[in-house]
Every structure is written in structure tokens, then in C-alpha cells.
Design a protein around this ligand. Structure first.
Ligand code: LLP
Length: 384
């Protein structure tokens, strides 16, 4: 399954812009649905990966829920059609007004990360004469082999309730009248390609479940988060991760109690490969050690290379000449505004169309207006 670029059409569009291959998104969503349905698993799409309204609508059309981390993500998900009972609201720092948005809309559950947060949600729910459904996010202390900025399930991270505090938190839940305990929640990190990390998570969840059995307080929902990685090096060869294997791990290793539902919060693996940032070469300039291809997209459009030294495959869609090495850089006044160093490209000239691949997740949604630049536009394969 290739990622077809209708080059003739795209070459006419003003750059930079995100191009979404909606056919690939459909195939990915169909695959996730088919593989998750085998085990009756529930999928919540992690809106933070890409909150573009058309993408949200398409994800919703497959019957998935939404995993939100702000009041505005809750509102955007509702606007895209996600039913409120399939919306979960996570995040370590929910503001009062965001909690109110969740309660007003009777969302499926709040993923709660601390006792002070539980108390605030209870107090606000009481004022509004509501009961807040709550899942406890537990820090499983599982090492995910990924970038240090995007690992979240270790004790030193700010996320979740420590395992040793669990009984204290459950006692608190019992005391609060406007809180209904519905589930437990875990998330170990993002861009995880070593599936053993998910096996370890299952083992940790199984150990913890025994503590709930002892208290005769079995959570209905076991939410194992997201984090499945994608192949940034070979987006054409691997346009989606091995969902069959991924869900199979949970089926093999997770011990469930009677009546429990398993929930996932997948973001990157859903939308990453369907998105490409397209940009044009403004200038090619000789440096001391290298040649610079200066393009019209910058770190304001796609911040991942600058922020995480993330690799994105870069292609020249116009030229087929002999190959050279280029540092592909943007126009922003920061040395870190660089998409790739010593990238092998066919001889590159002003006006060439440059594709920066695997940009559908944490791309457009992290764009900003630094240097007072315009936000990037979006073009969809099914609308051209
Ligand atoms: N659930 C929770 C609680 C999360 O914190 C995240 C991502 C997800 C689900 C979705 O994870 P995914 O399936 O997308 O890996 N901006 C970074 C990634 C940050 C991930 C934050 N949390 C990047 O560009 O790599």
C-alpha cells in the first residue's frame, strides 16, 4: 500500500501545507477496528495527536471514542460527533473550567492523577449536582524504550498515582459522594516499537488487579493507554504498525476479571503515516561543510525535529537528478530550525517540492505562529 502523491495537483498549492492521505487513514482505521473487534476492545483516539476537525470526523465515523486532555479537546470531539459517553478526559492539570465542561457534557470518565484532583472534581460535581465517573491513572513504573521526553510511565515522571499510594487513594474515593470509581488507567509512553514494554505493562496490571480483588472493588474499565510506534524510516513499506500483533499481546498477557472492558488510547499509530508536510525550496546555499536547502516550512509548522531531534524522511518530489547531501532547514531565526542534516536528495533547486513524511501525528496540532508566521493549511486527498 503506497502513499500516492498527486504531484501535479499538489505542485499548484501554495506551500507549506499538510497533505492528508485520507485513503490511508481509512485503511488504518479499518484495520484497527477489525483487529480490536476480535477481542471486544474499545478504542479511544488520542485527540492530542491530531485535532484537525476533518480527521476527527473521519475517526469518529469508525465508532471510536475520544481521549482528550483539555476542555477544548472535549468540545472539538463533541463537535466532530463523538458521543459524550465515549469521551475520556485525562491530564495531570485539569483546570476547574475544564472539569465543568466535562461534567456539563456528562463525559464517559475523567482519568484522575492525584488526591487533590479527586477532591476538586468531587467538589465541583457536588455544586453541579452531578456524579463524576472516574478512572485512576496509575504510574506503573514500566520502562518504555523511547525518547526521554515522551516516556511517561516511570516513577520520576509527573504522571499518575504511585502504586504505593493506591490504597490511600481508594479510601479517599470511598469517602467522596460525587465520585464514581469506574476504572484504572495506564500509559507508559509514546513511539514504542519494542512490544516487550507492553508485555511488561500487562504483567504490572495483573499484579495490581489483585489489590482490587482483595478490596472487592473491581474496576469495570482497564485502560492501557496508547504509545504504539510507527516506522518513520520506511513510511511506504510500513504505512501502519502491526495492530494484529499489538492487540494480540494484550489478549495473551492481560488477565481480566469478569465483566472488565479493555480500553486503548491510540494517537500516533492512527494518524502519523497519513500526513505529509509539503514545502518548497526557496534557496540552495553553499555552507562551509555542506549545502543548505532552505525550504518555506519551518519548525513552527513541524516542531518534532527541533524539539526531540526526531527523524522524518525527506523527499524531493520534483527532481530525479544525481544525488547530493543537503541540510534541509527552514526560514526561522533559530539554528534548531532544521528538518534533517546531510540528507541525500536528488540535485535540489529553487521551487522543488519537498515532502516531509510521517507528519500526521503531533505535526499540524503542534504548529505555532513563532516569527508571526501563518499556521500551515491542510489539503485532503479526497477533496482534490
Ligand atoms: N494517552 C496518554 C495518557 C498520553 O499521554 C498519550 C500521549 C497518548 C495516550 C497517545 O499516545 P500515542 O498513541 O500517540 O503514542 N509530541 C510527542 C508525543 C507526545 C505524546 C504524549 N502523550 C511527539 O511528537 O513525539
Amino acid at each position: 500500500m503506497s502513499n500516492p502523491f498527486p504531484f501535479q495537483t499538489l505542485n499548484e498549492v501554495e506551500t507549506p501545507f499538510y497533505y492528508y492521505n485520507m485513503q490511508l487513514l481509512d485503511t488504518t482505521l479499518e484495520t484497527i477496528k477489525r483487529e480490536a473487534d476480535k477481542y471486544g476492545y474499545h478504542i479511544h483516539y488520542a485527540v492530542k495527536a491530531n485535532a484537525n476537525q476533518r480527521i476527527l470526523e473521519r475517526v469518529h465515523s469508525y465508532g471510536f471514542g475520544a481521549d482528550c486532555v483539555s476542555g477544548n479537546e472535549v468540545i472539538a470531539s463533541l463537535a466532530a460527533g463523538f458521543p459524550s459517553d465515549k469521551i475520556v478526559f485525562a491530564g495531570v492539570g485539569k483546570a476547574d473550567k475544564e472539569i465543568i465542561v466535562g461534567l456539563e457534557n456528562n463525559i464517559g470518565c475523567f482519568n484522575v492523577e492525584s488526591i487533590p484532583e479527586l477532591e476538586v472534581i468531587d467538589e465541583i460535581a457536588k455544586r453541579m449536582n452531578k456524579t463524576a465517573k472516574v478512572a485512576l491513572r496509575i504510574n506503573p513504573n514500566v520502562q518504555a524504550n523511547t525518547h526521554k521526553y515522551i516516556t511517561t510511565g516511570l516513577e520520576e515522571n509527573k504522571f499518575g498515582i504511585y502504586i504505593w499510594d493506591l490504597e490511600k487513594v481508594l479510601d479517599k474515593v470511598d469517602q467522596l459522594n460525587n465520585i464514581e470509581f469506574v476504572g484504572i488507567h495506564f500509559h507508559i509512553g509514546s513511539q514504542i516499537n519494542d512490544l516487550d514494554s507492553f508485555k511488561q505493562l500487562c504483567t504490572r496490571v495483573n499484579e495490581l488487579q489483585e489489590r482490587f480483588v482483595k478490596r472487592r472493588n473491581i474496576p469495570r474499565i482497564v485502560n492501557v493507554g496508547g504509545g504504539l510506534g510507527v516506522d518513520y524510516e520506511n513510511p511506504d513499506e510500513n504505512p501502519m504498525p502491526d495492530f494484529e500483533k499489538f492487540f494480540g499481546i494484550f489478549d495473551d498477557f492481560l488477565d481480566l476479571q469478569e465483566g472488565q472492558e479493555v480500553h486503548f488510547e491510540l494517537g500516533r499509530s492512527v494518524v502519523c503515516q497519513c500526513g505529509t508536510l509539503l514545502s518548497k525550496v526557496l534557496y540552495v546555499k553553499d555552507g562551509v561543510h555542506t549545502q543548505f536547502a532552505i525550504v518555506d516550512a519551518g519548525m513552527s509548522d513541524l516542531i518534532r525535529p527541533a524539539l526531540y531531534q526526531a527523524y522524518h524522511k525527506i523527499e524531493n518530489q520534483t527532481s530525479h537528478k544525481e544525488e547530493y547531501k543537503y541540510d534541509v532547514v527552514g526560514p526561522i531565526c533559530e539554528s534548531s530550525d532544521c528538518f534533517g542534516k546531510a540528507v541525500t536528495l536528488p540535485k535540489t533547486e529553487r521551487g522543488d517540492l519537498i515532502a516531509i513524511r510521517s507528519a500526521g501525528a503531533y505535526g499540524e496540532v503542534m504548529a505555532n505562529q513563532y516569527n508571526l508566521r501563518e499556521l500551515p493549511k491542510a489539503v485532503y486527498s479526497d477533496l482534490i
